[in-house]
Ligand binder design. Structure first.
Ligand code: NAP
Ligand code: G4F
Length: 340
């Protein structure tokens, strides 16, 4: 049987790496787009990369979501059955610093891929997955599902909302099999270092190993619905392998504050944190040492305070449910970090 061909934008990122491995295990030929950078950015996928002289099922191409020509040429050359657009400037805090770049890549980058599918006449062949986000719900009260109102609270979320609606528009206007996955936060040992879960795990492991003495955080009262990336890439694949394209919320349905996440990590590391003070003066103590402090540089101009997803539709129609709970996620992240 002819192998399916997938093209992944954002293959060097957390989700891209898990998805590439999932699809290779499902006997796909996987192509990924990586950005040119002055230092190597392929550490998450080095284990599946093979020498070009050997028989391969994984290929890398240079490209960028801000570059229409490269997108058109790559899709024309590969003629993929499935495209997963996971590429993005994905940091909410950073999007306030680089709003125009974030819009160009996260919003218009999506349009560039969708319009390439149309321009190349691949509407009937190529299915499209868009990496949507719970950030689009922003200020809307939890639990959030596919019918909840969007109220984005950052340049990142606004850009992703454009991507969401342009995906729906190309589905309706040109009959492209295009789906939005509205994914709540998902983490893993290969999560980027500046996202809060990874920062907390790495920070506390370094303190326990006496390699560092303090961890600085921002708003520890924000609440998130945290799952494991390995579970969430399965949902992406399931969406593109249904009979009809549809948009789905993917979430665990459980919510914790950043402060609770700190306490859970501390518990796994066998340390007890006592919190004292309030506001910017709140501190976390281990014995008599203050090891966690609040730094206002990590606060955002507009915050998303509370996210908790309702993934009933995905449970029913995709038969998807997460295997990891928060404790299993934290244990795996600590194990990888502590031994690194
Ligand atoms: P990530 O680790 O930050 O990966 C982002 C990927 O996009 C990386 O491969 C990055 O390349 C690439 N990229 C950045 N700018 C690009 C550009 N201009 N052109 C082409 N590629 C570019 O993010 P992730 O956590 O895997 O998330 C995957 C997708 O899901 C993102 O779109 C994110 O916004 C979305 N999402 C994530 C979550 C979550 O909790 N993880 C939840 C909802 C939605 P480099 O490696 O070179 O930087
Ligand atoms: O880990 P975060 O940076 O993730 P955030 O902003 O929720 O965004 C992530 O999840 C989205 C899905 O909902 C994705 F679309 C997006 O691409 C990304 O993957 O921050 C989580 C919370 C925020 O409320 C933040 O203000 O933690 C708070 N926080 C507190 N101290 C911190 C810190 N966040 C970071 N990054 N660093 C801190 O020191």
């Amino acid at each position: 049987m002819k192998k399916k061909i997938a093209l992944i934008y954002g293959v060097t990122g957390q989700d891209g790496a898990y998805l590439a491995k999932l699809l290779i295990n499902k006997n796909y030929i996987v192509h990924g787009v990586k950005r040119r950078s002055s230092s190597l950015n392929t550490s998450r996928i080095d284990d599946i990369y093979r020498d070009p002289h050997e028989e391969r099922n994984f290929y890398l191409h240079y490209g960028d979501l801000s570059d229409s020509l490269s997108i058109l040429k790559t899709i024309k050359k590969i003629q993929p059955d499935e495209i997963y657009n996971l590429g993005a400037q994905s940091h909410v805090g950073v999007s306030f610093e680089v709003p125009e770049y974030t819009a160009n890549v996260d919003a218009i980058g999506t349009l560039r891929i969708l319009d390439s599918i149309k321009t190349l006449g691949l509407e009937k062949k190529t299915k499209y997955y868009q990496a949507g986000t719970s950030e689009m719900f922003g200020a809307t009260k939890p639990p959030q599902n596919e019918k909840s109102i969007f109220y984005p609270r950052s340049p990142y979320a606004v850009a992703k909302l454009y991507a969401h609606w342009i995906t729906i528009n190309y589905r309706e206007a040109y009959d492209i099999f295009a789906c939005n996955g509205i994914l709540f936060n998902h983490e893993s040992p290969i999560r980027g270092e500046t996202f809060v879960t990874k920062k907390i795990v790495s920070g506390l492991c370094a303190i326990v190993k006496k390699k560092n003495s303090k961890l600085y955080l921002g708003n520890i009262y924000a609440k998130r619905d945290w799952g494991h990336a390995k579970d969430y890439v399965v949902a992406m694949w399931k969406m593109l392998n249904k009979k009809k394209p549809k948009d789905y919320v993917i979430a665990t349905g459980k919510q914790y504050s950043v402060k609770t996440f700190v306490n859970l990590v501390a518990k796994e590391l066998n340390i007890r944190i006592i919190w004292k003070g309030s506001g910017l003066n709140e501190k976390g103590y281990w014995g008599n040492k203050s090891i966690i402090e609040i730094d206002k540089r990590y606060f955002r101009p507009t915050e998303v305070n509370s996210l908790k997803g309702n993934a009933q539709l995905a449970r029913k129609e995709l038969k998807w449910k997460p295997k990891y709970n928060i404790t299993a996620l934290i244990k795996e992240m600590i194990k990888a970090d502590f031994n690194s």
